[in-house]
Design a protein around this ligand. Structure first.
Ligand SMILES: [Zn+2]
Ligand SMILES: [Zn+2]
Length: 484
């Protein structure tokens, strides 16, 4: 759909200055409010009656226009936008090549601008995607900070009712540039955005994003950028991305039925899982991990006695110490204690299983009287390429155990993290559909490790009070004399 087709459905044209959409393809809701409020020079108290947006300093225009809100509905009416699909392009989801389960709406983000586009008050939701780091037609780096004072640029009105002006006084919009609209490279931008959207819409049919729940964008944006890069020939500059991406797409033999039953215990619910039944094959790499992690934290010449004394119960022949108690599970599986595994990686394993069961398999066709886990497991058993899911889950579990175990050992040994030590956080892409799992890609973004909490110290033994102090205490606790 071209920009002209999108605008062609408008019932009538709004004649407010700044509301001309033709020269500004796929202008965001923020960009539109910015241009109208600046070019009509309306008073702050008129903003609500003119645009339906309440002007107060905590309201973020980017946030209220990116999803369905009452403010957005009033703005749509005020600017005669009913009947156009324009509002669809006011969210990051419309631009992402991966289905995002609306993760971008979870928090407020600063506005990312191209300095040359910003002079016209032009902003497109494409610029909010972490995978796009420079303007496709100007080549300038996108920035979410004021070019003068480096403060984040949020889409909020200032005390004078201005949008797009930083507290330091720097104004990203140039009112003279924005009225000379013929300077904006409309045709180039339109052609580029239209072909990008064609690519992203096709990709989104079979690619799904999995990010950790409840984690701010700063902890998964670089992983998203690595996964969601547009084709190289589309961008006029290469993005600087230095992130490890593991790809699981091998054609190994499919695991037997019910192999994913234990993994399904990790999904959907929010209850913390300590024990689960996993394929026996994971035990060896996990016990190897214990050996390597313990050896890296204890001195080279540490004997069994040293490790046993430092970590009661652990000796070099007890590498399964942190994983038991276990017992045999169904069909070659084994019950493991996952308490030492990095909880965030364990949680994303659950989210990965959920996404595969609902978007690659058809969980709704599973028998309705079974538990959710049994339904998920049965649905995954119908997928071809599920061996890739098994390989990805094992790789996630092993790294999650290595990180979590190191945190546990550092706490027991009272060893802080070395300076600049980083943890890896997974951001995952699942591709496929209609019962076929094509590939799983895991981008490992680095982040700060959690703080090592000191062990609680034993309470000091109480010494009995001296006879003098005891007499004073008794005197102070005497009942008051009765009044006569
Ligand atoms: Zn630009
Ligand atoms: Zn500033």
């Amino acid at each position: 759909m071209s920009w002209q087709t999108i605008l062609g459905n408008r019932s009538c044209e709004c004649d407010l200055p700044g509301a001309e959409l033709e020269p500004f393809p796929y202008l965001s809701g923020y960009g539109l409010v910015l241009r109208v409020t600046r070019l009509t020079s309306i008073e702050p108290r008129q903003i609500f009656s003119t645009l339906g947006i309440r002007m107060h300093q905590t309201l973020d225009v980017l946030t209220v226009t990116r999803r369905e809100t009452a403010s957005r509905a009033r703005l749509e009416t005020a600017l005669d936008l009913q009947g156009t699909p324009l509002l669809h392009f006011w969210s990051e989801e419309a631009w992402s090549p991966l289905r995002t389960q609306r993760v971008f709406t979870r928090q407020e983000y600063p506005v990312r601008n191209c300095p040359l586009c910003a002079r016209f008050g032009y902003h497109c939701m494409l610029f909010q995607l972490p995978s796009i780091d420079h303007c496709p037609w100007h080549g300038c780096s996108l920035s979410a900070k004021c070019t003068k004072c480096r403060q984040p640029t949020y889409g909020r009105f200032d005390a004078g009712g201005y949008l797009g002006r930083c507290e330091c006084g720097h104004d990203s919009m140039d009112d003279r540039a924005s009225v000379r609209m013929w300077d904006f490279p409309t045709d180039t931008a339109n052609a580029w955005l239209t072909s990008y959207l064609t690519w992203a819409n096709t990709e989104r049919e079979s690619r799904h994003l999995v990010v950790p729940m409840g984690v701010p964008c700063g902890e998964w944006d670089a992983g998203f950028a690595a996964l969601a890069q547009p084709p190289r020939q589309m961008m006029n500059r290469r993005s600087k991305i230095d992130i490890e991406v593991q790809v699981f797409e091998d054609d190994d033999a499919e695991p037997p039925e019910r192999a994913f039953w234990g993994w399904c215990l990790l999904g959907t619910g929010s209850r913390p899982v300590t024990y689960t039944s996993l394929p026996r094959t994971v035990l060896k790499p996990l016990t190897d991990t214990t050996r390597v992690t313990v050896a890296s934290l204890l001195p080279q010449d540490a004997s069994d006695a040293v490790s046993g004394a430092a970590i009661p119960g652990l000796a070099s022949d007890r590498t399964d110490f942190f994983l038991e108690p276990y017992c045999e599970g169904m069909e070659g599986s084994i019950w493991l204690n996952l308490a030492a595994v990095d909880s965030r990686i364990l949680q994303i394993c659950g989210s990965l299983v959920d996404v595969v069961a609902s978007h690659i398999a058809d969980i709704s066709s599973s028998e309705s009287d079974r538990s959710w886990q049994a339904k998920q497991s049965a649905a995954i058993d119908t997928i071809s390429g599920r061996t890739r899911l098994g390989a990805a889950l094992e790789a996630l579990l092993i790294r999650g155990y290595a990180q979590g175990l190191e945190a546990v050992l550092r706490r027991l040994l009272s060893q802080p993290w070395p300076a600049n030590h980083k943890w890896s956080r997974p951001v995952i892409e699942v591709s496929g559909g209609a019962g076929q799992l094509r590939a799983i890609r895991v981008a490992w973004q680095s982040s700060d490790p959690p703080r090592v909490r000191p062990l609680p110290t034993a309470p000091e033994p109480q010494t009995p009070p001296s006879p003098r102090r005891e007499r004073r205490l008794r005197r102070n606790t005497k009942p008051p004399r009765k009044a006569r």
